[in-house]
Design a binder for this molecule. Structure first.
Ligand SMILES: Cc1cc2nc3c(=O)[nH]c(=O)nc-3n(C[C@H](O)[C@H](O)[C@H](O)COP(=O)(O)OP(=O)(O)OC[C@H]3O[C@@H](n4cnc5c(N)ncnc54)[C@H](O)[C@@H]3O)c2cc1C
Length: 380
């Protein structure tokens, strides 16, 4: 067993750290205030290979694994969770859909453009009546010659304001039971009848966009079906296993940033004639934050490592997401507490961390859903 990153992995982490410090952190607070989508940091990520981390080199990707993607996402999320989720959805949900289920023609048409960051990817599963219960989705896709006609509405689609490519899940059979009647499609932004509708106002990750998608008689060529007709649901679930590692990495990033900001502030801020870092109560908080974040990080890296070995990682990804997302909330909340009144102001980053942390317990499977996945295995 080896707990140390190898030299190549250290280089990836250092490069991600440099990218985050130079191109993501500056402006992160302002983008949050302005609700400005991080398209500039996203395009810059393309120059570092971070828009196609797991894409084979023959398709212009970095040819790396899930562990390296996790290292990148931890660094980026420590600087800006909005940029972090943009890269996570692009890599773990959209690109992974093509890598896992795409055929040679689909890969040739889209992988390169997505891997270099020329195109931005999104993932559209949720609907008004189907979030946790994803198999209840009602968006339809009717076969018509060598096309499918999509009708319906998708909700809460990350990056939709700027995305060029959408992995969309729709019902192709009303007869087949629930999950068996669902098919995955690749839908390009400029397809007639397709439009990105309402953009949501949010508590956190405010620079990331979250939008409704409307499909009105949208004709998608059958060559854009991902995998087989009626087999979209397993594709969606397998992608979420990887996506959950990405959100766990987001939790680790936010927690790390909370610790760093708190340590800095605790050494500078004086009360009762000494730095607050001298008080046992503050030290105890910092120690708890550090220990729990280590645990989150190890769980997240374990899940990514298992994925790279081609082994089952569903439960491990859920464990990582469950713990890392709860810890992100714990650390961000403690960080605000350590900052006292200053922590409640926009002048310090910790109030943003606290708002951003909240979503990690909700998207890509809520805390309750992760517990369901894990307990199912415990009881099996
Ligand atoms: C900012 C943001 C970005 C998002 N991005 C995307 C995206 O890019 N693509 C996409 O497809 N979706 C996206 N989503 C949707 C997200 O994945 C869902 O919101 C999430 O899965 C929860 O679904 P829901 O909101 O319908 O909650 P519900 O499913 O209605 O759940 C409500 C509550 O009930 C609990 N609950 C539900 N079922 C059970 C159960 N069986 N046992 C115990 N408790 C249960 C839940 O845990 C939750 O606490 C995004 C959402 C947000 C807010």
């Amino acid at each position: 067993m080896e707990f140390r990153l190898n030299e190549d992995q250290q280089m990836v982490r250092d490069s991600a750290r440099e990218y985050a410090a130079t191109h993501v952190l500056p402006g992160a607070a302002q983008r949050d205030v302005d609700r400005e989508f991080p398209i500039v940091p996203f395009k810059k990520a393309g120059e570092y290979g971070f828009t196609g981390v797991c894409v084979p080199e023959e398709y212009d990707g970095a040819g790396l694994g899930s562990l390296e993607l996790t290292l990148v996402l931890m660094e980026v999320n420590a600087a800006c969770a909005s940029t972090g989720v943009t890269l996570s959805v692009h890599n773990s949900l959209c690109l992974a859909a093509l890598i896992n289920a795409g055929n040679d023609d689909q890969k040739a048409r889209y992988l390169g453009k997505l891997a270099t960051g020329e195109m931005l990817g999104a993932y559209a599963l949720s609907e008004a009546g189907s979030g946790s219960d994803a198999a209840a989705l009602v968006c339809t896709a009717r076969a018509d010659g060598d096309e499918f006609v999509l009708e319906g509405t998708k909700l809460w689609v990350t990056s939709a304001s700027h995305a060029d490519m959408f992995v969309v899940f729709a019902r192709t059979s009303q007869e087949a039971k629930r999950s068996r009647g669902i098919t995955a499609f690749l839908v390009e932004r400029d397809t007639p009848g397709f439009r990105v509708s309402k953009k949501e106002d949010k508590l956190g990750i405010r620079a990331s966009s979250t939008c409704e998608l409307v499909f009105e008689e949208v004709r998608v060529p059958a060559i854009n079906v991902l995998g087989e007709v009626g087999h979209g649901f397993p594709i969606a679930m397998e992608l979420l296993d990887g996506g959950r590692i990405g959100i766990a990495a987001q939790g680790v990033g936010i927690a790390r940033a909370s610790i760093e900001a708190s340590a800095r502030y605790a050494k500078e801020r004086h009360a009762f004639g000494k730095p607050i870092a001298k008080f046992g109560a503050i030290r105890a908080k910092l120690a708890e934050m550090r220990a729990r974040t280590d645990a989150s990080e190890l769980l997240t890296l374990r899940a990514a490592w298992l994925k790279d070995q081609g082994e089952s990682h569903t439960v491990e990804a859920s464990c990582a997401k469950l713990i890392a997302s709860q810890n992100a909330n714990f650390c961000a909340r403690e960080a605000v507490q350590i900052h006292g009144g200053a922590g409640y102001l926009e002048d310090f980053p910790v109030e943003r961390y606290m708002r951003d942390a909240r979503i990690t317990e909700i998207y890509e499977g809520t805390t309750e859903i992760q517990r369901m996945v894990i307990s199912r295995e415990v009881l099996a």
